[in-house]
Ligand binder design. Structure first.
Ligand SMILES: NC(=O)c1ccc[n+]([C@@H]2O[C@H](COP(=O)([O-])OP(=O)(O)OC[C@H]3O[C@@H](n4cnc5c(N)ncnc54)[C@H](OP(=O)(O)O)[C@@H]3O)[C@@H](O)[C@H]2O)c1
Length: 236
């Protein structure tokens, strides 16, 4: 694939390294310093991957819709603009996949937790809880992933609340634990991120899925992961 990148910080660099390792080409990189070049340089790419800043997302969605380039939207914090973004995608026949966490493992972890919640549903002796830990520089707490896990547990267990604790310390890349605790035992499910590579791999998978399938519309990564993995397995 010939890929364009929006942003060239920690995540976009990890995506570029992963793409190069997998034999893809980076055709253009756009940051706030060359936004004027986007309309001219973006057409002709197979997909674009955005790990930049929330304020820039609507402009990147517009640019990709105008250029007919599918967009993998990895930037977080733009949910308040989701309705406007969806309108652009629908009205202009664009293609966009978004996710606050492109780790394939985390997205499978969501499914494991949903299944666990179904199994523990109605068992009053087991109390659920969530713990998450990240490096000291991470600004948001709780993490978006922990909030997604909480939502899954609330729905699956039919509860009104689940305790959630956050730790910010050192260089922890990201750990999420979901537990079910009783008087006699505890079940503990853990996902541990080791590097940004895991997010880059998911973003690349999403780019391939969008561009190969010739798809149009707006998709959540978690909702279409099974389909992406099926396509990936078929290719092996
Ligand atoms: N979905 C996931 O799995 C996942 C995983 C990790 C992180 N993220 C998200 O990805 C985003 C980026 O994270 P990061 O750690 O890579 O941040 P970062 O290291 O701070 O990089 C941000 C990049 O965006 C660029 N940028 C800022 N404004 C821009 C604009 N108007 N147009 C184009 N580029 C612009 C910055 O360059 P200039 O300042 O030079 O323009 C910089 O290269 C964040 O929203 C983060 O939460 C998502």
């Amino acid at each position: 694939m010939k890929l364009a990148l929006f942003g060239f910080g920690h995540m976009a660099r990890a995506a570029a390294a992963h793409a190069a390792g997998a034999g893809h080409q980076i055709g253009a990189v756009f940051t706030s310093r060359n936004t004027a070049d986007v309309a001219r340089m973006l057409p002709g790419h197979d997909a674009a991957i955005d790990f930049s800043a929330a304020d820039a997302v609507p402009a990147h969605v517009d640019a990709c819709a105008a250029a007919g380039v599918p967009l993998v939207e990895g930037t977080t914090g733009w949910q308040a603009r989701e309705a406007a973004v969806r309108r652009v995608v629908d009205e202009r026949g664009a293609a966009l996949i978004y996710g606050a966490n492109f780790s394939i493992g985390v997205n499978l972890f969501y499914q494991i937790v949903a299944r666990s919640a179904a199994l523990f549903h109605g068992l009053a002796g087991y109390d659920p809880f969530i713990e998450e830990a990240h490096h000291a520089a991470k600004r948001d707490a709780p993490s978006g992933t922990a909030l997604a896990l909480k939502d899954i547990l609330l729905r699956g267990l039919g509860r009104s609340d689940v305790p959630l604790t956050s730790t910010r310390a050192g260089h922890i890349p990201g750990t999420h634990r979901v537990g079910f605790d009783s008087l006699g035992d505890q079940v503990l499910l853990t996902h541990t991120a080791r590097s940004r590579e895991t997010f880059a791999a998911g973003a690349l998978l999403a780019a391939r899925w969008l561009s190969k399938g010739g798809r149009r519309g707006m998709y959540a990564f978690a909702d279409v992961l099974d389909d992406m993995l099926a396509m990936e397995r078929k290719a092996v």
